[in-house]
Design a binder for this molecule. Structure first.
Ligand SMILES: C[S@@+](CC[C@H](N)C(=O)[O-])C[C@H]1O[C@@H](n2cnc3c(N)ncnc32)[C@H](O)[C@@H]1O
Length: 280
């Protein structure tokens, strides 16, 4: 989603765009914490949450609302297990990739998918869902408490009374690498392209937000390097804030999990998954 750039971020873009262009790279800009063209290469093989999400879908029945469904990491296994899915995302390019991937599915699976290009702060579904899933920190891209509250009210309106919400966010902890660059790389299986990914994060403990500047660089063995520059804000939620936010938007927190195996969250947890019930 396009966001207003601060002076700090504009400077980051301008300096690095100039530098990369000087180095012969094709430079593209993005504003979220995801780059559609490389999302599956970087994140597509994360599967830890899938078994528990499928179990929950089994318990609640469909339809399942996949909030910020992106390229379908959860949408596709849900369809393959026979659930009706509302795949909701605001990013057209992520949804284009989802469309291309689902085109390869059998017709009966494809027929159970409704793609909704919407912002989850103002979402609506063709009919009420039994389960809404907001995976792996997606909710924290809603960069303020007001946006998060708006989204939860809207999501509550898309669920059946008593419907279930799965909300997976990181547990805020002082980040030792904040203000220091982070760099990682990945060589694609065909060994033809090296991906370099780097971030610089600034933490604002007063407003409880991380401001992240990132680059993703694709270095093909042959061909022009490509760089994607992006920035985004994570608005953290501490466990008690999350509970209060849910309670003030029409939900009751059933359990706060600390991993995807059913263990409850505690001080050692890195992620927390709120399982909440929409008030009847
Ligand atoms: C980190 S990706 C997660 C994709 C997928 N759920 C997964 O687990 O792989 C976050 C997705 O959320 C979408 N997104 C972010 N903010 C959104 C909003 N306000 N409304 C709808 N979608 C949003 C982005 O476009 C992106 O596709």
């Amino acid at each position: 989603m396009a966001e207003q750039q601060t002076g700090h971020e504009a400077e980051f873009f301008d300096i690095f765009t100039a530098l990369y262009r000087w180095g012969g790279c094709d430079v593209r800009r993005g504003y979220g914490g995801w780059v559609p063209e490389v999302y599956d290469l970087m994140e597509g093989d994360f599967e830890d949450d899938i078994p528990r999400v499928l179990e929950l879908a089994e318990e609640t029945g469909g339809p399942v609302l996949d909030l910020g469904c992106g390229t379908g990491r959860l949408t596709i296994p849900l369809l393959q297990e026979g659930f009706e899915v509302f795949g909701l995302d605001c990013d057209e390019r992520m949804l284009d990739i989802l469309r291309a991937k689902t085109a390869a599915l059998p017709e009966e699976d494809r027929a159970r998918l409704t793609i909704l290009q919407q912002d989850m702060r103002w979402c609506s579904t063709p009919r009420p869902a039994s389960l809404a899933v907001c995976s792996t920190n997606t909710f924290l891209y809603l960069g303020s408490l007001d946006d998060q509250r708006q989204a939860l009210r809207s999501i509550a309106g898309c669920l059946k009374p008593g419907g279930t919400l799965w909300l997976d966010v990181f547990v805020p902890k002082p980040n030792p690498s904040a203000d220091e660059p982070y760099l990682t790389s990945r060589l694609l299986p065909d060994r033809g392209t090296l991906i370099l990914y780097g971030t610089q994060t600034r933490e604002d403990h007063f407003s409880e937000r991380s401001l992240v500047n990132a680059f993703t660089m694709l270095l093909p063995r042959d061909g022009q390097p490509q760089v994607y520059l992006q920035n985004w804000t994570y608005a953290w939620l501490h466990p008690n804030e999350l509970r209060l936010l849910l309670e003030s938007t029409g939900f009751r927190l059933t359990v706060l999990l600390g991993d995807y195996d059913g263990r409850e969250a505690d001080e050692s947890s890195v992620q927390m998954v709120a399982i909440a019930e929409r008030n009847p």
